[in-house]
Design a protein around this ligand. Structure first.
Ligand code: A3P
Length: 305
Protein backbone atom coordinates (compact mmCIF):
# COMPACT_ATOMS: atom_id res chain seq x y z
CA UNK A 1 0.00 0.00 0.00
CA UNK A 2 1.19 3.51 -0.80
CA UNK A 3 1.83 5.12 2.64
CA UNK A 4 0.66 8.51 1.32
CA UNK A 5 -2.89 7.10 1.44
CA UNK A 6 -2.77 7.34 5.25
CA UNK A 7 -1.35 10.89 5.10
CA UNK A 8 -4.15 11.91 2.76
CA UNK A 9 -6.75 10.48 5.16
CA UNK A 10 -5.15 12.39 8.06
CA UNK A 11 -5.18 15.61 6.00
CA UNK A 12 -8.81 15.07 4.98
CA UNK A 13 -9.79 14.71 8.61
CA UNK A 14 -8.29 18.09 9.55
CA UNK A 15 -11.11 20.57 9.77
CA UNK A 16 -13.69 18.05 8.56
CA UNK A 17 -17.37 18.73 9.33
CA UNK A 18 -18.11 16.35 12.21
CA UNK A 19 -21.73 17.33 12.66
CA UNK A 20 -24.62 14.93 12.25
CA UNK A 21 -27.29 15.35 9.61
CA UNK A 22 -30.16 13.16 8.57
CA UNK A 23 -31.53 11.36 5.52
CA UNK A 24 -35.16 10.22 5.59
CA UNK A 25 -35.19 10.59 9.37
CA UNK A 26 -32.03 8.53 9.92
CA UNK A 27 -29.12 10.26 11.65
CA UNK A 28 -25.99 10.08 9.50
CA UNK A 29 -22.68 11.98 9.51
CA UNK A 30 -23.09 15.31 7.70
CA UNK A 31 -20.34 14.31 5.25
CA UNK A 32 -22.49 11.31 4.28
CA UNK A 33 -25.52 13.55 3.80
CA UNK A 34 -23.47 15.99 1.72
CA UNK A 35 -22.36 13.19 -0.60
CA UNK A 36 -25.73 11.45 -0.69
CA UNK A 37 -26.15 11.60 -4.49
CA UNK A 38 -22.70 10.10 -5.00
CA UNK A 39 -23.47 7.30 -2.53
CA UNK A 40 -26.89 6.57 -3.99
CA UNK A 41 -25.42 6.41 -7.49
CA UNK A 42 -22.76 3.93 -6.42
CA UNK A 43 -22.42 1.31 -9.15
CA UNK A 44 -22.44 -2.17 -7.67
CA UNK A 45 -21.17 -5.17 -9.62
CA UNK A 46 -22.71 -8.65 -9.81
CA UNK A 47 -19.82 -10.24 -7.96
CA UNK A 48 -19.54 -7.63 -5.18
CA UNK A 49 -19.78 -8.83 -1.61
CA UNK A 50 -21.23 -6.29 0.78
CA UNK A 51 -20.81 -6.71 4.53
CA UNK A 52 -23.75 -4.87 6.07
CA UNK A 53 -24.29 -4.31 9.78
CA UNK A 54 -25.68 -2.00 12.38
CA UNK A 55 -22.60 -0.29 13.90
CA UNK A 56 -20.67 -2.43 16.39
CA UNK A 57 -22.27 -5.72 15.35
CA UNK A 58 -18.97 -7.30 14.29
CA UNK A 59 -18.41 -5.67 10.90
CA UNK A 60 -14.62 -5.75 11.04
CA UNK A 61 -14.59 -9.38 12.14
CA UNK A 62 -16.97 -10.40 9.36
CA UNK A 63 -15.14 -8.59 6.58
CA UNK A 64 -11.79 -9.98 7.70
CA UNK A 65 -13.33 -13.45 7.41
CA UNK A 66 -14.81 -12.72 3.97
CA UNK A 67 -11.52 -11.22 2.76
CA UNK A 68 -9.65 -14.37 3.81
CA UNK A 69 -12.23 -16.61 2.17
CA UNK A 70 -11.82 -14.69 -1.10
CA UNK A 71 -8.04 -14.97 -0.68
CA UNK A 72 -8.41 -18.72 0.04
CA UNK A 73 -6.65 -18.28 3.38
CA UNK A 74 -3.67 -16.25 2.15
CA UNK A 75 -2.94 -14.36 5.38
CA UNK A 76 -0.03 -12.39 3.87
CA UNK A 77 -2.30 -10.89 1.22
CA UNK A 78 -4.88 -10.11 3.91
CA UNK A 79 -2.22 -7.83 5.45
CA UNK A 80 -1.96 -5.74 2.25
CA UNK A 81 -3.57 -2.68 3.87
CA UNK A 82 -5.45 -1.62 7.02
CA UNK A 83 -9.03 -2.90 6.99
CA UNK A 84 -10.54 0.58 6.59
CA UNK A 85 -8.61 0.95 3.32
CA UNK A 86 -8.92 -2.53 1.85
CA UNK A 87 -12.69 -2.68 2.49
CA UNK A 88 -14.23 0.61 1.27
CA UNK A 89 -16.92 1.93 3.60
CA UNK A 90 -19.35 3.22 1.01
CA UNK A 91 -21.30 5.38 3.51
CA UNK A 92 -18.39 7.79 3.98
CA UNK A 93 -17.05 10.21 1.41
CA UNK A 94 -14.07 12.02 2.89
CA UNK A 95 -13.14 15.41 1.45
CA UNK A 96 -9.94 15.74 -0.62
CA UNK A 97 -7.07 14.92 -0.62
CA UNK A 98 -8.23 11.43 0.48
CA UNK A 99 -9.95 9.39 -2.17
CA UNK A 100 -13.57 8.72 -1.32
CA UNK A 101 -14.58 5.11 -0.65
CA UNK A 102 -16.65 5.29 -3.82
CA UNK A 103 -13.61 6.31 -5.89
CA UNK A 104 -11.48 3.60 -4.27
CA UNK A 105 -14.18 1.00 -4.96
CA UNK A 106 -14.53 2.13 -8.58
CA UNK A 107 -10.82 1.47 -9.10
CA UNK A 108 -10.87 -1.95 -7.42
CA UNK A 109 -10.66 -5.22 -9.29
CA UNK A 110 -13.52 -7.68 -8.89
CA UNK A 111 -14.61 -9.37 -6.76
CA UNK A 112 -14.86 -6.38 -4.45
CA UNK A 113 -15.50 -6.53 -0.72
CA UNK A 114 -17.40 -3.50 0.56
CA UNK A 115 -18.88 -2.32 3.85
CA UNK A 116 -22.01 -0.43 4.84
CA UNK A 117 -23.97 0.40 7.99
CA UNK A 118 -26.94 1.73 6.03
CA UNK A 119 -30.44 0.52 6.85
CA UNK A 120 -31.74 -1.52 3.95
CA UNK A 121 -33.99 1.20 2.53
CA UNK A 122 -30.99 3.52 2.07
CA UNK A 123 -28.64 1.05 0.35
CA UNK A 124 -27.68 2.20 -3.17
CA UNK A 125 -30.23 0.54 -5.52
CA UNK A 126 -27.58 -0.87 -7.86
CA UNK A 127 -26.79 -3.57 -5.25
CA UNK A 128 -30.29 -4.96 -5.79
CA UNK A 129 -30.26 -4.41 -9.56
CA UNK A 130 -27.03 -6.43 -9.78
CA UNK A 131 -28.23 -8.98 -7.23
CA UNK A 132 -24.93 -8.66 -5.34
CA UNK A 133 -24.30 -10.85 -2.29
CA UNK A 134 -24.67 -9.37 1.18
CA UNK A 135 -23.40 -10.82 4.46
CA UNK A 136 -25.51 -9.17 7.18
CA UNK A 137 -24.28 -9.56 10.76
CA UNK A 138 -26.72 -8.84 13.57
CA UNK A 139 -25.73 -8.54 17.23
CA UNK A 140 -28.04 -8.44 20.22
CA UNK A 141 -29.19 -4.91 21.02
CA UNK A 142 -27.86 -4.74 24.56
CA UNK A 143 -24.26 -5.58 23.67
CA UNK A 144 -24.49 -3.38 20.57
CA UNK A 145 -25.60 -0.50 22.76
CA UNK A 146 -22.69 -0.93 25.18
CA UNK A 147 -20.16 -1.31 22.37
CA UNK A 148 -21.56 1.73 20.53
CA UNK A 149 -21.45 3.81 23.73
CA UNK A 150 -17.70 3.20 24.09
CA UNK A 151 -17.19 3.70 20.37
CA UNK A 152 -18.93 7.07 20.44
CA UNK A 153 -16.69 8.03 23.35
CA UNK A 154 -13.48 7.26 21.49
CA UNK A 155 -14.52 8.16 17.93
CA UNK A 156 -14.38 11.94 17.63
CA UNK A 157 -16.21 11.69 14.30
CA UNK A 158 -19.38 10.77 16.17
CA UNK A 159 -21.31 12.77 18.78
CA UNK A 160 -20.18 12.43 22.39
CA UNK A 161 -22.57 9.87 23.91
CA UNK A 162 -22.99 11.81 27.17
CA UNK A 163 -23.81 9.80 30.29
CA UNK A 164 -24.68 6.11 30.05
CA UNK A 165 -28.18 6.97 31.23
CA UNK A 166 -28.71 9.51 28.44
CA UNK A 167 -27.18 7.19 25.88
CA UNK A 168 -29.49 4.39 26.94
CA UNK A 169 -32.51 6.59 26.03
CA UNK A 170 -30.98 7.85 22.77
CA UNK A 171 -30.15 4.33 21.60
CA UNK A 172 -33.61 3.00 22.46
CA UNK A 173 -35.30 5.80 20.55
CA UNK A 174 -32.97 5.39 17.55
CA UNK A 175 -31.46 8.84 17.95
CA UNK A 176 -27.94 7.70 17.20
CA UNK A 177 -25.94 7.67 13.96
CA UNK A 178 -27.36 5.12 11.48
CA UNK A 179 -30.67 5.16 13.30
CA UNK A 180 -32.68 2.61 15.20
CA UNK A 181 -31.15 -0.79 15.93
CA UNK A 182 -34.67 -2.26 15.82
CA UNK A 183 -35.56 -0.91 12.38
CA UNK A 184 -32.13 -1.93 11.06
CA UNK A 185 -32.16 -5.58 12.10
CA UNK A 186 -35.85 -6.04 11.19
CA UNK A 187 -35.52 -4.27 7.83
CA UNK A 188 -32.64 -6.50 6.73
CA UNK A 189 -34.34 -9.61 8.17
CA UNK A 190 -37.50 -9.03 6.13
CA UNK A 191 -35.47 -8.69 2.91
CA UNK A 192 -33.29 -11.75 3.43
CA UNK A 193 -35.24 -14.02 1.06
CA UNK A 194 -35.86 -11.37 -1.55
CA UNK A 195 -32.18 -10.77 -2.27
CA UNK A 196 -28.95 -12.73 -1.83
CA UNK A 197 -28.55 -11.95 1.85
CA UNK A 198 -26.84 -14.25 4.34
CA UNK A 199 -28.15 -13.16 7.75
CA UNK A 200 -25.87 -14.27 10.55
CA UNK A 201 -25.50 -13.48 14.24
CA UNK A 202 -22.49 -12.28 16.24
CA UNK A 203 -23.48 -14.60 19.09
CA UNK A 204 -23.35 -17.60 16.72
CA UNK A 205 -19.92 -16.50 15.50
CA UNK A 206 -18.72 -16.41 19.10
CA UNK A 207 -20.29 -19.78 19.89
CA UNK A 208 -18.91 -21.66 16.90
CA UNK A 209 -16.74 -19.60 14.55
CA UNK A 210 -15.92 -22.58 12.30
CA UNK A 211 -19.61 -23.27 11.68
CA UNK A 212 -20.24 -19.63 10.71
CA UNK A 213 -17.07 -19.40 8.59
CA UNK A 214 -18.23 -22.53 6.72
CA UNK A 215 -21.65 -20.93 6.21
CA UNK A 216 -20.10 -17.77 4.75
CA UNK A 217 -17.73 -19.81 2.56
CA UNK A 218 -20.65 -21.77 1.08
CA UNK A 219 -22.63 -18.58 0.52
CA UNK A 220 -19.73 -16.99 -1.35
CA UNK A 221 -19.44 -20.11 -3.46
CA UNK A 222 -15.95 -21.18 -2.42
CA UNK A 223 -14.80 -24.64 -1.56
CA UNK A 224 -11.95 -24.54 0.96
CA UNK A 225 -10.16 -27.30 2.83
CA UNK A 226 -10.56 -27.78 6.58
CA UNK A 227 -6.96 -26.68 6.97
CA UNK A 228 -7.65 -23.35 5.25
CA UNK A 229 -10.85 -22.82 7.23
CA UNK A 230 -8.94 -23.49 10.43
CA UNK A 231 -6.30 -20.93 9.40
CA UNK A 232 -9.03 -18.35 8.74
CA UNK A 233 -10.52 -19.04 12.17
CA UNK A 234 -7.16 -18.53 13.87
CA UNK A 235 -6.35 -15.34 11.96
CA UNK A 236 -9.75 -13.85 12.81
CA UNK A 237 -9.89 -14.75 16.50
CA UNK A 238 -10.42 -11.76 18.78
CA UNK A 239 -6.90 -12.10 20.17
CA UNK A 240 -5.30 -12.25 16.71
CA UNK A 241 -7.31 -9.30 15.41
CA UNK A 242 -6.63 -7.23 18.53
CA UNK A 243 -2.91 -7.70 17.94
CA UNK A 244 -3.13 -7.23 14.16
CA UNK A 245 -2.26 -3.61 13.21
CA UNK A 246 -4.12 -4.06 9.93
CA UNK A 247 -7.32 -5.04 11.74
CA UNK A 248 -7.27 -3.10 15.03
CA UNK A 249 -7.52 0.44 13.61
CA UNK A 250 -4.18 1.43 15.19
CA UNK A 251 -3.23 2.83 11.75
CA UNK A 252 -6.22 5.17 11.85
CA UNK A 253 -5.42 8.79 12.83
CA UNK A 254 -5.62 8.98 16.63
CA UNK A 255 -7.01 12.52 16.32
CA UNK A 256 -10.24 10.82 15.26
CA UNK A 257 -10.14 7.48 17.08
CA UNK A 258 -8.61 7.82 20.54
CA UNK A 259 -7.93 4.24 21.54
CA UNK A 260 -6.60 5.38 24.92
CA UNK A 261 -10.25 6.14 25.79
CA UNK A 262 -11.47 2.74 24.59
CA UNK A 263 -9.73 0.32 22.23
CA UNK A 264 -11.45 -0.53 18.96
CA UNK A 265 -11.01 -4.22 19.82
CA UNK A 266 -12.58 -3.71 23.23
CA UNK A 267 -13.88 -7.00 24.70
CA UNK A 268 -15.30 -9.13 21.92
CA UNK A 269 -17.70 -11.01 24.17
CA UNK A 270 -21.40 -11.78 24.59
CA UNK A 271 -23.17 -10.40 27.66
CA UNK A 272 -21.04 -7.38 28.58
CA UNK A 273 -24.36 -5.49 28.89
CA UNK A 274 -24.74 -7.19 32.28
CA UNK A 275 -21.88 -5.03 33.54
CA UNK A 276 -23.64 -1.83 32.41
CA UNK A 277 -27.43 -2.14 32.52
CA UNK A 278 -29.09 -1.13 35.77
CA UNK A 279 -31.92 -3.42 36.78
CA UNK A 280 -34.38 -0.57 36.15
CA UNK A 281 -32.93 -0.03 32.66
CA UNK A 282 -33.26 -3.70 31.89
CA UNK A 283 -36.98 -3.57 32.75
CA UNK A 284 -37.52 -0.53 30.47
CA UNK A 285 -35.47 -2.19 27.75
CA UNK A 286 -37.34 -5.52 27.87
CA UNK A 287 -40.71 -3.74 27.66
CA UNK A 288 -39.64 -1.67 24.66
CA UNK A 289 -37.99 -4.70 23.04
CA UNK A 290 -41.18 -6.75 23.27
CA UNK A 291 -43.21 -4.03 21.57
CA UNK A 292 -40.73 -3.27 18.83
CA UNK A 293 -39.77 -6.86 17.97
CA UNK A 294 -43.30 -8.23 18.20
CA UNK A 295 -44.16 -10.30 15.13
CA UNK A 296 -40.74 -9.82 13.50
CA UNK A 297 -39.88 -13.52 13.87
CA UNK A 298 -36.33 -12.55 14.72
CA UNK A 299 -34.80 -14.19 17.77
CA UNK A 300 -31.58 -12.95 19.38
CA UNK A 301 -29.51 -14.71 21.95
CA UNK A 302 -27.78 -12.49 24.46
CA UNK A 303 -26.92 -15.22 26.89
CA UNK A 304 -23.45 -15.85 28.11
CA UNK A 305 -22.04 -18.78 26.13
P1 A3P B 1 -16.98 -4.80 21.80
O1 A3P B 1 -16.96 -3.31 21.84
O2 A3P B 1 -18.17 -5.38 22.51
O3 A3P B 1 -15.72 -5.43 22.27
P2 A3P B 1 -17.61 -3.32 14.44
O4 A3P B 1 -16.49 -3.96 13.73
O5 A3P B 1 -18.94 -3.54 13.81
O6 A3P B 1 -17.33 -1.89 14.76
O7 A3P B 1 -17.78 -4.09 15.83
C1 A3P B 1 -16.84 -3.95 16.85
C2 A3P B 1 -17.16 -4.95 17.92
O8 A3P B 1 -16.82 -6.26 17.46
C3 A3P B 1 -16.36 -4.71 19.19
O9 A3P B 1 -17.17 -5.21 20.26
C4 A3P B 1 -15.13 -5.59 18.92
O10 A3P B 1 -14.39 -5.91 20.07
C5 A3P B 1 -15.82 -6.81 18.32
N1 A3P B 1 -14.90 -7.65 17.53
C6 A3P B 1 -14.04 -7.26 16.58
N2 A3P B 1 -13.32 -8.30 16.11
C7 A3P B 1 -13.75 -9.38 16.81
C8 A3P B 1 -13.38 -10.78 16.79
N3 A3P B 1 -12.45 -11.24 15.99
N4 A3P B 1 -14.02 -11.60 17.65
C9 A3P B 1 -14.99 -11.14 18.48
N5 A3P B 1 -15.38 -9.84 18.54
C10 A3P B 1 -14.76 -8.97 17.70
Amino acid sequence: MDPSVLDDIAKSLEGIDLSIGSIDGIQLPQITCDAWDIIQNFQAREDDILVATYPKAGTTWAHEIVDLILLEGNTEKAQRAPCFIKVPFIDLVLPKPAKSAVEVANEMESPRLLKTHLPIQLVPPSFWEKNAKVVYVARNAKDCMVSYYYFQKMNKGLPDPGTWDNYFSSFLSGEVPWGSWFDHVIGWWKARDKYQILYIFYEDMIEDPMREIRKITRFIGKNLSEEVLEKIKEHTSFKAMKENPMANYSAFPSSLMDQSISPFMRKGTVGDWKNHFLMSQNIVFEEEYKQKMDGAGLIFRDLLP
